[in-house]
Design a protein around this ligand. Structure first.
Ligand code: G3P
Ligand code: CA
Length: 284
């Protein structure tokens, strides 16, 4: 079945376009998604949030200021209010070398608009972002994935840093492949974050087979950082241990060619990148 094929594909290397080709165009915009799709990225990655009137939109931050001309929490606004905002001009100001007048007036996208544009011709890697600020996002997401027939057709992965959010999705539809995101740190001070996702407190810098197995109970893979405060926190043996416990390993967010190559050499199953063009060039 297509879903089995998707799971099989996860064993090989996946190019994950982080917020689209967000190194080239405003993040989470149709322009960024079009580029990633055109270049042949395996997955379009988007962060999903819920508007004040219950619509699902693709937007990374909890607040509007950084990537739009709006103010305040995204969740306090209706879709109609959000559609008034310009989510592209900030990019032109931040990256004069990449500025394009076509980016001015870029609108926030709903999940439906993304599905209507790319449909069965893409795979989607959707994150339930800040689920505590987005109550109901899991139900809304699963309902839309079912309506658009995205699950049996092997079109979607759902990722979250929040284990509870993933378990909610698993309860709603056990066929959806899930990726547990972690923000991994070797320091004792950060143990709490590890406890959050595994329920087990590992020794600093170590994740045991039991920790990986606890995640493999409900998820098909792990999405992890690679550096913490500039320092490398995972290595080839971390990747191998996760894989030995049936977890695919995807690493975020890797934009430099030498780092991409190193992680590929460690045998990771995919990379989140703002430059899918660079990564595709490397893996081809
Ligand atoms: O989803 C993987 C990576 O995107 C997690 O970090 O903050 O870019 O959503 P963030
Ligand atoms: Ca994300």
């Amino acid at each position: 079945s297509p879903l089995e094929q998707q799971l099989k594909d996860l064993q090989s290397f996946q190019v994950i376009a982080h917020r689209g080709a967000s190194g080239h165009a405003p993040e989470s915009s149709m322009a960024a998604l079009e580029l990633a799709h055109e270049w042949g990225a395996d997955y379009l990655e988007l962060d999903i949030q819920i508007t004040a009137d219950g619509e699902l939109v693709a937007f990374h931050d909890d607040t509007l200021e950084r990537t739009s001309n709006g103010e305040g929490s995204i969740n306090d606004h209706t879709l109609a209010e959000l559609k008034e905002l310009d989510t592209g001009s900030w990019f032109n100001e931040a990256h004069p070398d990449l500025a394009d007048s076509a980016f001015e007036g870029t609108q926030i996208l709903t999940l439906e608009e993304v599905f209507n544009r790319f449909g069965d011709d893409a795979r989607y890697y959707l994150e339930t972002k800040s689920p505590e600020l987005n109550p109901g996002v899991e139900e809304g997401l699963v309902r839309r994935l079912e309506a658009y027939n995205m699950i049996e057709t092997g079109r979607v992965l759902i990722q979250s840093f929040d284990q509870e959010s993933l378990l909610k999705i698993h309860d709603l539809n056990a066929d959806i492949p899930l990726i547990q995101l972690v923000w991994y740190s070797p320091d004792e001070a950060d143990d709490e974050r590890l406890t959050e996702w595994t329920g087990v407190t590992p020794a600093p810098g170590e994740i045991s087979d039991e920790d990986f197995q606890a995640v493999a109970e409900y998820a098909v893979g792990l999405g992890t950082n690679y550096r913490y405060d500039g320092e490398e926190v995972i290595d080839a043996s971390f990747v191998a241990s996760a894989q030995d416990n049936d977890l695919a390993v995807h690493v975020y967010t890797v934009n430099e060619r030498d780092e991409m190559q190193k992680l590929i050499d460690w045998g990771v199953n995919g990379l989140f990148t703002d430059y899918p063009d660079r990564l595709i060039e490397l893996v081809e």
